[in-house]
Design a protein around this ligand. Structure first.
Ligand code: UD1
Length: 334
């Protein structure tokens, strides 16, 4: 029996593969390398000292996906694969809807055909839109502000309908807050193509001297210091949340959403300070105007994941910055 990991060469997928292998699971990984590189697969094997089957397959290729299920005894799927750049999704919405939603429909159809009715789905706190209150509980009102977010919310809805239609399904919808950091080995981490959109990859490039300064998108929010507040979570903690969610769905039925965050909010200025402390580098910045679509504050109510998954993040903001910097100075761009 194996766990199928879609998007297993990606940022969160690769860390989760390591934790799955360390926990003794057999895995089968599928990725089309649309936003990752083949070297990551080798790094996962190097770090875990374990082997696994890998398929370079696009989930839109129904025949190839079915082949994976025919050739392997899959017991559950952790579904990471999908496009994830917010700005890009605004410019090419049809690609985002087609890629993220059609591939999930294909995957679910094949899972159903092969009697595999257990899935951990990679959702996002983006489904809370501009949250009514913080910390944000899972039963908050859901809304989105961009096509990327809409694909996550629509897939959650599709999976809920699937669960309603057939009570044998067991699905965990994991809503990630802001994943940062890297594996302690420095061998895998987040390596976005081009100029990064997200805060930590951008800060790393400024610290390394690849970019001259950080633009802080607004310092006039109603927050502790005027800059945006987010719930940053170490990717290794986050990936452990997937193992706990998998353990849960393997033994229960139904569809449940869980927040994966730390429950603590840090401002952009606090993150800069933490990064400067651990790296010893000065992070030059300029304050610019607010980024359209940004919200002031976002952090998780973590009680449900703690109570029902027996999971809680343990790493500090300094650990997160340290491991991000480690990955960056190792200069191992995979
Ligand atoms: C973004 C996405 C969110 C996605 C998440 C994935 C947007 C609007 N939201 O969340 O849908 O799920 O990434 O990790 O893109 N900041 C700067 N300067 C920068 C970059 C960011 O000041 O160059 C600030 C932002 O204004 C924000 C904070 O840093 O207050 C975090 O930004 P970011 O890392 O992009 O994450 P989110 O916007 O929270």
């Amino acid at each position: 029996m194996a766990i199928l990991v879609t998007g297993g060469a990606g940022y969160i997928g690769s860390h989760t593969c390591i934790n799955l292998l360390n926990a003794g699971y057999e895995i089968v990984v599928v990725d089309n390398f649309s936003n990752s590189k083949p070297e990551v697969i080798e790094r996962i094997k190097q770090i875990s000292r374990k082997n696994f089957l890998f398929y370079q397959v696009d989930l839109l290729d129904e025949v190839a996906v079915e082949n994976i299920f025919r050739e392997n005894d899959i017991s559950a799927v952790i579904h990471f694969a999908g496009f994830k750049a917010v700005g890009e999704s605004v410019n090419i919405p049809l690609s985002y809807y087609h890629n993220n939603i059609t591939s999930t429909l294909i995957l679910c159809e094949i899972m159903k055909k092969y009697g595999v009715k257990k899935m951990v789905f990679s959702s996002s706190a983006t489904v809370y839109g501009d949250p009514e209150k913080c910390p944000i509980p899972e039963n908050s009102t859901l809304s989105t502000t961009n096509p990327y977010g809409s694909t996550k919310l629509m897939i959650e809805q599709i999976l809920r309908d699937l669960g309603r239609s057939d009570h044998d399904w067991s699905i965990a919808l994991l809503r990630y807050f802001n994943p940062i950091g890297a594996h302690e080995s420095g061998l895998i981490g987040e390596d976005p193509h081009g100029i990064p959109n997200n805060l930590l990859p951008y800060i790393s490039k400024v610290a390394a001297g690849d970019l001259p300064f950080l633009n802080i998108f607004g310092d006039d929010y109603d927050t502790k210091d005027g800059t945006g507040v987010r719930d940053y979570i170490h990717v290794v903690d986050l990936s452990m949340g997937h193992i706990r969610a998998l353990e849960k769905i393997l033994t229960t039925k139904g569809v449940e959403a869980y927040n994966l965050g730390t429950g603590k909010g840090y401002s952009v200025l606090e993150v800069i300070k933490a990064f400067e402390k651990v790296s010893g580098q000065r992070i030059h910045f300029k304050v610019s105007s607010r980024r359209p679509g940004d919200i002031a504050t976002c952090y998780a109510d973590i009680r449900k994941a703690k109570n029902e998954l027996n999971w809680q993040a343990s790493k500090t903001i300094e650990d997160m910055c340290q491991d991000t910097w480690n990955f960056s100075i190792n200069n191992i761009k995979v």
